[in-house]
Design a protein. Structure first.
Length: 114
């Protein structure tokens, strides 16, 4: 599973790992791959995430019978977030900051009452 929560000094943060080598994937070199041989009846194809063209070639070599298409990771994510899911990044950040502030205040009240 390429999308993970990575433990950093400040806590868990979302990250992307390569389906071939397991290393972190950067937005600059990351690629999304999918098989264009998926039956049309299914209507979708699972995707692989790789860190660069070398890993894309290595992953494609594991199943030479299937034809893979590729798109840059950043292009895939922008299209997914802004077009397919229509996520308003600023609204989500505001909501998450508010939820975090409410949680922090609740913890402080609980500690003051103990
Ligand atoms: Zn890789």
């Amino acid at each position: 599973m390429p999308f993970v929560m990575e433990l950093q000094p400040g806590g868990f943060v979302p990250a992307v790992r390569c389906d071939h080598c397991g290393n972190s994937v950067s937005a600059e070199t990351g690629l999304i791959l999918w098989s264009i041989d998926s039956p049309r009846a299914i209507g979708s194809a699972p995707v692989f995430v790789v860190c660069d063209q070398d890993c894309a070639d290595a992953l494609a070599a594991r199943s030479p019978q299937s034809q893979l298409a590729a798109i840059a990771l950043d292009a895939y994510l922008v299209t997914l977030v802004e077009d397919s899911l229509a996520i308003d990044a600023d609204a989500v950040r505001e909501r998450e900051e508010l939820a975090w502030a409410i949680e922090r205040t609740r913890d402080e009240v609980d500690q003051a009452l103990d």
